[in-house]
Structure formats: structure tokens, C-alpha cells
Design a protein around this ligand. Structure first.
Ligand code: FE
Length: 217
């Protein structure tokens, strides 16, 4: 069975923020409950092993998904021409690498510098650049993150263990069905000699959402 497809359809039904008054109008009344019911039924029938399911979700959240984004970031750090093209038109550059598809149709790269730190949210639901980062972590979809990151981004960053200098402005980007954002974190100091593969290892998922920094926390 195509587990990614199943998860995609049952948990993260896409929608258009701007053509419906209620962004959740297309969702079943309680999708989480329905998924749980399905999981329980499939487990009882011996068709799935819940531990294996957890592992699949973990893989998509933390391992497979974010590697695509990490490759884009590592290349932007190492190749000035690629960097310029990415900042100019991320959608085209990322599609050229084969990273496109549902929830990744329109991409914009936003770069962290000494003066600005970017952080991404979807205040209405959970829009997220799937082709680059995989499926979103649970906290990204939580009411708390979605509400607080706009109101008190520095406090949210502190919860993630990130403290920025006072002079660094924090800019919050609200994702929609039309536009998804990839944060290009600051390249860590002392990494001038690293090649693209080695640089990729420094790029965490959270650093590309803006709730982390490259090369640690
Ligand atoms: Fe959304």
C-alpha cells in the first residue's frame, strides 16, 4: 500500500484558503478521530503494526522529507549562481531539481541574515512545503504554535532553544495554499571547507522552518 498517499489523503487534505469562508469546510468533522478509528480497525485485523506506522510517520517527518530542503540550502550556501536564482524564483529552481508536487506548487526562499530571522507558520491550518520538508511535525499544526508565533515570535523561538541578538528582527511568514516558504538558515561559522554533502548534515528541518538554527539548536 502507498502509505504516503494514504496519509496524504486522510490527514492533510489540501484546500484553498481564499475561496471558502471556512478553511476547514472540506475536512471531515473530526479527521483525527476518523484516522484513529481506521488505525484501530486495521490493527485489530492484523493489517498494520502501529509501531511500524509510527516509524513511517517519523521517517517522513524527520528523515526523508527534510533532506530535499537541506540539499537546496547546502547548494545555495556553496553556489552563488544557484543562490541568486533561488532567491529570484524558488519555484522554478526547486522544480528543476525534481522537488515539486502537491503542497509545493509555489515556493519562495527567505534568507536569514544578521539583521533578519525568518520563521514560517500557517495561521489558518498547516500549509507546508511537502516536496522540500516532508510532512509537517505535530507542533507546526498545533493551535499554540499558530497563534503564538505571530504574537510573540521571540518567546516561541526561546521555547525552541533559539535566542537571537536584540538587533536581529524577526519576520513571520504566513503560508497559504498559494505560497509556501523555505527558510535559508545562516551558514554556520567555520564551515568554509565543507562540501555540499557535509553542509547538508548541518541543515535541520527546524532550521528551514525558522524554529531552529543550522548546525545545532
Ligand atoms: Fe494551511
Amino acid at each position: 500500500m502507498d502509505m504516503a498517499g494514504l496519509l496524504g489523503q486522510s490527514l492533510f487534505m489540501p484546500h484553498d484558503h481564499h475561496s471558502h469562508d471556512d478553511p476547514h469546510a472540506l475536512l471531515p468533522s473530526d479527521p483525527a478521530l476518523r484516522v484513529k478509528a481506521l488505525e484501530t480497525l486495521l490493527t485489530k485485523k492484523g493489517l498494520i503494526d502501529p509501531a511500524a506506522l509510527d516509524e513511517i510517520i517519523d521517517t517522513y517527518e524527520n528523515k526523508i522529507g527534510p533532506r530535499n530542503g537541506a540539499r537546496v540550502v547546502a547548494r545555495a550556501w556553496s553556489d552563488p549562481k544557484f543562490h541568486a536564482a533561488l532567491m529570484e524564483d524558488a519555484t522554478a529552481v526547486v522544480a528543476d531539481l525534481g522537488f515539486y508536487g502537491r503542497q509545493g506548487e509555489h515556493m519562495m526562499a527567505v534568507e536569514n541574515t544578521d539583521t533578519v530571522h525568518n520563521i514560517v507558520v500557517c495561521t489558518l491550518c498547516s500549509c507546508y512545503p511537502w516536496p522540500l520538508l516532508g510532512i509537517p511535525p505535530g507542533w507546526y499544526k498545533s493551535d499554540a504554535y499558530r497563534a503564538r508565533v505571530v504574537r510573540e515570535p521571540r518567546k516561541v523561538l526561546a521555547d525552541f532553544g533559539v535566542t537571537l541578538p536584540e538587533e536581529t528582527a524577526v519576520r513571520v511568514w504566513d503560508s497559504t495554499a498559494e505560497m509556501r516558504y523555505l527558510v535559508i538558515p545562516k551558514r554556520p561559522e567555520g564551515t568554509e571547507d565543507l562540501d555540499e554533502e557535509a553542509l547538508m548534515a548541518l541543515v535541520s528541518r527546524d532550521s528551514m522552518i525558522g524554529t531552529g538554527l543550522a548546525g545545532g539548536s
